[in-house]
Design a protein around this ligand. Sequence first.
Ligand code: NAP
Length: 285
Amino acid sequence: MNNTMPSQPQLPAPEFFYGTAWKEDRTPLLTELALRMGFRAIDTANQRRHYFEAGVGQGLAAAYRSGLVTRDDVFLQTKFTYQRGQDDRLPYDPEATLSAQVAQSIASSLEHLGTDHVDSYVLHGPSSSYDWTADDAEVWDAMRKERNAGRARLLGVSNISLRHLQMMAAERAELPAFVQNRSYAHFGWDREVRKFCREHNIVYQGFSLLTANQEVLKHPLITELTTADPAANATPAQIVFRFARSIGILPLTGTTSALHMKQDLASYDLVLPPDAVNAIESLAG
Ligand SMILES: NC(=O)c1ccc[n+]([C@@H]2O[C@H](COP(=O)([O-])OP(=O)(O)OC[C@H]3O[C@@H](n4cnc5c(N)ncnc54)[C@H](OP(=O)(O)O)[C@@H]3O)[C@@H](O)[C@H]2O)c1
């Protein structure tokens, strides 16, 4: 590969991800409920420690059976996770090469999800928190092969630093279509990584928007904004999701509540006063 280039022709990105981590036996019902409430993008991982990917597949199957959605209506995203991020329930042979582990992991994901392709395939986290390593390059190449073979449409990386991304660019590796990171208000909502993403046409997905930013949810500015439009009757969580969208973050929510699912999706209809976005962006960092 001679040029740094974005992975894949750009497809329309979804508007809001429903995240399926930490739901265990409730995964099938909550996945189906999220689709019923209007979510059309599902995030999971072939990492049994935190996700029940086969349960996501069960929820999807129930939604297809009842005619709620078809496979084409849903944007499915899953991940490859290194062994050190897993427990002993591995979706691959740990003795196999990393390339073979990627092939085994995605084959298992497709079986779990009852599909022949995922819309986005994400490296859950690089092998080192500091460098983009030779192992990452091997895994990324294997992921590109899966994409080129049609088993994934777009590729992403998660838990990634600006340094990792800069190293990928310096090595002229193909850049991801997605970055999925925890978005801390006190780091300007991951400002530096978001800037890199903007400059390289990468869609930034943000998680822990609520859980990592409890101080923001309670901040007087947010409280004030919830009453800015009395007709909207907004909640602090909705203000945060609307704000995130305004600065180009594609949000994830893993709510287990039907009401919150509805509110999270409805946050898109809120109108924030013109200077509110800048004010929230620099609230904590
Ligand atoms: N790539 C990674 O390493 C990584 C790491 C973490 C997460 N993720 C992905 O991101 C997804 C979301 O995870 P998260 O870390 O953002 O946390 P989360 O699981 O979405 O937790 C959100 C919390 O906020 C509450 N909540 C949601 N909507 C609300 C609303 N409208 N009003 C009030 N409370 C609300 C939820 O409570 P209720 O259930 O009561 O609504 C829950 O306690 C995960 O499921 C996973 O798919 C990825």
